[in-house]
Design a protein around this ligand. Structure first.
Ligand code: SF4
Ligand code: SF4
Length: 105
C-alpha cells in the first residue's frame, strides 16, 4: 500500500503555512479595504447594531465627548482593522453609514 504524502494526526502535524505566529490583533485587515464606511453622527441613534455585526470587531463603543450630545456613547470605526465589507452600513437601521471609495494609495 502506498503511503499518503502527508498524514495529519494532530494539530502539530498541520503545515506551517496554515498558521500565524501572531494574534489576530496584528493582522492589518484595513489594508484589504477598497471602500471606507463613514458614520454620520447626526443620523446615528447609537443603537450599536454596527458594533454587533462587524465581523472584524473594528467598531468600538466609545464615550461621546461632544458638548450637548444626544448620546453618552457612540460607535467608532478603527480603520486599522476595518476591511470595508460594508456589513455595518447594510445593517444600520437609519442609514447612518456611508460607503465611500477609498482614496488610492
Ligand atoms: S448601526 Fe447605525 S445608528 Fe446604530 S450605532 Fe451604528 S451607525 Fe449608529
Ligand atoms: S465595513 Fe465591515 S469591517 Fe469595516 S467597520 Fe463595517 S462591518 Fe466592520
Amino acid at each position: 500500500m502506498r503511503d499518503k504524502p502527508y498524514e495529519i494526526r494532530t494539530w502539530k502535524d498541520l503545515p506551517y503555512a496554515t498558521l500565524t505566529e501572531v494574534p489576530s490583533t496584528f493582522n492589518n485587515t484595513g489594508t484589504w479595504r477598497t471602500v471606507r464606511p463613514i458614520i454620520d453622527y447626526d443620523k446615528c441613534i447609537s443603537c450599536m447594531t454596527c458594533w454587533k455585526f462587524c465581523p472584524d470587531v473594528a467598531i468600538s463603543i466609545v464615550p461621546n465627548k461632544k458638548e450637548g450630545a444626544r448620546f453618552d456613547e457612540i460607535p467608532e470605526i478603527d480603520y486599522f482593522f476595518c476591511k470595508g465589507c460594508g456589513i455595518c452600513a447594510h445593517e444600520c437601521p437609519v442609514n447612518a453609514i456611508d460607503i465611500v471609495e477609498e482614496e488610492s494609495k
